[in-house]
Ligand binder design. Structure first.
Ligand code: GLN
Ligand code: ZN
Length: 767
């Protein structure tokens, strides 16, 4: 039975590639040294797969920054603004990084290309830019070079390309008057060109990723699929062309997918196991089916018995020769190697035994193939037994199951998610209690994380300083922050979040049912990685999580200090989650834990509590039809976390990098008394939908872009506020930055906030 891997993580087991890229950008290493690190990562990735006995090992899945940007260079889709770099004969490497990161050198000031999320993952890709007269030509030979590089090491690989249709759909039109899919006939010759080169140098298997096959497609897009793969089959008819779909079911695109004249179709059976039957029913004879059966998006051990059942079903219809065993998608989305985790305090052995990272998943793929092959099955029964034991242990472990948590979720009623009275009544009570001016000023929570603050946390974590010393030091940070906020005249203060390194990890560490890793890095974009917590069991709060710091801050001032929490959907979204219960249930458990914290904050005299949900929008399913179900439970989880307070306590929420156009009803349904959003970069455009919708509650449209060191003028901020008043009514509007200030420096922050307070004062005079 054949096995394949669709893609392997490329940051390096110890994040070697991150370090090398950053050193190269800083001018500390040469291009040659950078390439050497890249080659080493590739070599060791290929070796892992070769040693495991994988048949179709990918090449060109490696990238120094992003595989979509690689594709743009491959097909020569280089936006015109980079022309001066080409004219100046900047190296391809520097051009590549300039497209990813912008270029400010030797008198040039060229902005970077846009970045956006790769489907519903936390990986971000560089968005291709297309013009109406877009031309394509083979510009970078990376795919060919990597194939050759592997061949020289004695490894026959399967070059991976983003398929032509998905490549176009991933991009964006930079002018009006055309749709990017219309470019297919101009783009295709480059693909065909690559194919003929690959053919000449001996490639036999070639993978085209077409994730859009699992999304809603127009007729035109479906036609583009037929057109493109017909041509592809014509130039290289003997090749084993593998078209992959993932992250969802083919559904209404099933016909399109199976009709493509290619030899192998890959489907995701983790996200959509139910599609197997319909695919088996109509898969034309002679085509192979690649079963994406090992989860490429999550870190749990594969459930062998369940997988073997699906494989057997497929074998019964197609026969062993037409089956390929694979992970559901590229392994890019999981960490490198579980074997690196050997710190019992971070990840207990018991939990480790339930997990599989990329390297382990490669092995699982092979073992599943061996177990479904009648000739080899008998020799691999011990592996099967071991897997059964781990699965059984996990499903019954007392570490996972907390009956009282399950009970609480099932006992909770719709009423628990509702505030006592509607906003119109709450508003009057809150006005009376809080006594805030028109256009109240506040910030989103975090203040600059100076090297001293980071070192403090680090030293405490490493037990280099005592708890008392740590707490005293944090207290003096808070004192300073409070005094300073009072001095510039902010209305609602925050404690500054100095104790948090990350808004999810901080809470995760204080919850039952959440574990962490030491090296579990996953690429987020370019050289950036995240280390998501692992939600493995029923979640509940160990003890109060923020009350100490918030009430300490409140004790220092007569002004109101706002409590600061991360919301349940964001905690879920930025973690690896359980696969043994619906996401909805896990989110409800987290919501109840946050609810307890909200209740404790209120009890401690905190009058305003903010529950951040920046990740609410990114949880949206890939198919529109599924949006409503998700939004309903996500909004409900937020409300469940918040609705424990009395009318007088004001609930805020915060969302950045969000577009609200299609989800405004759900945003309103969250019923937060105040929502703060990111709007400054769009010049308040993002606020328009709130106006059209007649959003009733209060809203703080960001007036200051915190992503840039640039300090806006008072005038600029006031102009933005005027725009906001034109869209909503004055009584609704709060004045705040776009997001938390933790990445900024104090110098910038101080001036910017002073100006922001002044802008609020001057607009108040006009109302
Ligand atoms: N309260 C958080 C902060 O200020 C919010 C961060 C976020 O929205 N991403 O840092
Ligand atoms: Zn934010």
């Amino acid at each position: 039975m054949i096995t394949q891997i669709l893609g392997y993580p490329r940051i390096g087991a110890q994040r070697e590639l991150k370090k090398a890229c950053e050193a190269y950008w800083a001018g500390k290493i040469t291009e040659k040294e950078l390439f050497e690190v890249g080659s080493e990562v590739k070599r060791s990735n290929w070796k892992v797969q070769q040693e495991a006995g994988i048949d179709w090992i990918p090449s060109n899945d490696f990238s120094f920054y992003d595989q979509v940007l690689d594709m743009s260079l491959t097909v020569g889709a280089i936006p015109k603004r980079y022309q001066p770099l080409l004219d100046n004969r900047v190296s391809k490497t520097d051009l590549y990084f300039a497209m990813a990161r912008g270029f400010q050198q030797n008198g040039h000031d060229i902005i970077a290309m846009e970045m956006t999320k790769w489907f519903d993952t936390n990986y971000h890709y560089i968005v291709p830019e297309f013009s109406k007269d877009q031309e394509f030509h083979l510009f970078s030979s990376k795919v060919i070079d990597e194939y050759t590089e592997a061949l020289e090491k004695g490894i026959q690989t399967k070059p991976v390309l983003i398929g032509p249709v998905s490549y176009l759909l991933l991009g964006k039109e930079k002018e009006t008057g055309f749709h990017r899919i219309e470019l297919i006939s101009r783009l295709l010759p480059v693909y065909l060109n690559i194919l003929s080169v690959l053919k000449n140098i001996g490639a036999t298997d070639i993978q085209f990723d077409e994730p859009f096959l699992a999304l809603d497609l127009t007729e035109k897009e479906k036609e583009a699929f037929h057109y493109a793969y017909k041509k592809i089959a014509e130039v290289f008819p003997e090749a084993n062309i593998i078209v992959t779909s993932y992250f969802g079911a083919l559904e209404d695109n099933l016909e399109t997918a199976i009709q493509l004249p290619v030899k192998t179709l890959h489907i995701d059976l983790v996200r959509a196991p139910e599609q197997l039957d319909s695919v088996l029913d109509i898969l034309p004879s002679g085509k192979k089916l690649s079963l994406g059966i090992v989860d490429g998006r999550n870190i749990w051990k594969n459930h062998f018995d369940a997988s073997l059942q699906l494989i057997e079903k497929a074998i019964n219809v197609l026969g062993e020769d037409r089956i390929v065993i694979a992970p559901s998608c590229s392994l890019l989305h999981v960490p490198f190697d579980l074997d690196s985790e050997n710190d019992e305090d971070t990840l207990p052995v018991t939990i480790k035994n339930w997990l599989a990272f990329a390297r382990q998943k490669v092995k699982e793929v092979k073992t599943l193939a061996l177990l479904s092959d009648s000739a080899t099955k008998a020799s691999y029964l011990p592996e099967l037994e071991e897997n059964r034991a781990a699965i059984a242990h996990r499903s019954s472990s007392s570490l996972i199951h907390r009956p009282e948590v399950k009970q609480r979720v099932s006992d909770s009623t719709p009423n628990d998610a509702e505030r006592e009275h509607p906003y119109s009544i709450r508003r009057l009570k809150q006005e009376a209690l809080l006594n805030l001016p028109l256009f109240p000023t506040t910030t989103i929570g975090s203040f600059p994380q100076t090297p001293e603050v980071r070192k403090l946390r680090f030293d405490y974590k490493k037990q280099r300083i005592s708890e008392t010393r740590y707490h005293t030091a944090l207290e003096s940070e808070i004192i300073e922050a409070i005094r300073w906020q009072e001095a510039i005249g902010l209305d609602v203060l925050v404690h500054g979040e100095f104790e948090r390194n990350d808004m999810v990890e901080y809470f995760g560490e204080q919850l039952h049912g959440v574990a962490f890793t030491r090296f579990g890095w996953v690429q987020s974009y370019g050289s950036r990685g995240v280390k998501p917590p692992i939600i493995f069991g029923d979640v509940s709060r160990k003890a109060a999580m923020t009350v100490k710091w918030t009430s300490y801050a409140q004790s220092l001032t007569d002004k109101i200090v706002k409590g600061m929490l991360t919301g349940p959907v964001t905690i879920l979204q930025w973690s690896f989650v359980r696969d043994d219960q619906p996401r909805k249930t896990t989110t409800e458990q987290i919501a109840l834990a946050i609810r307890d914290e909200v209740a404790d904050l209120e009890k401690a005299g905190i009058k305003i509590i903010q529950i951040d949900e920046p990740a609410l929008r990114e949880g949206l399913p890939l198919r529109k039809r599924d949006w409503k179900v998700y939004l309903d439970w996500a909004v409900n989880a937020f409300k469940l976390s918040a609705a424990v307070v009395q009318d007088e306590t004001q609930i805020h929420t915060h969302m950045c990098y969000s577009e609200f156009n299609e989800i405004i009803e759900s945003i309103a349904a969250m019923d937060a008394d105040v929502i703060t959003i990111e709007t400054s970069r769009s010049q308040m455009e993002l606020l328009e939908v709130f106006s059209e919708f007649k959003y009733p509650n209060e809203i703080g449209p960001g007036v200051y872009d915190i992503h840039s060191p640039r300090v806006p003028s008072e005038n600029e901020m006031e102009t933005l506020l005027h725009k906001a008043v034109n869209l909503l009514s004055a009584r609704q509007i709060w004045v705040n930055p776009d997001c938390g200030l933790k990445t900024r420096k104090w110098e910038e922050t101080k001036i910017a906030l002073e100006r922001m307070v002044n802008a609020a004062k001057s607009i108040r005079k006009k109302h």
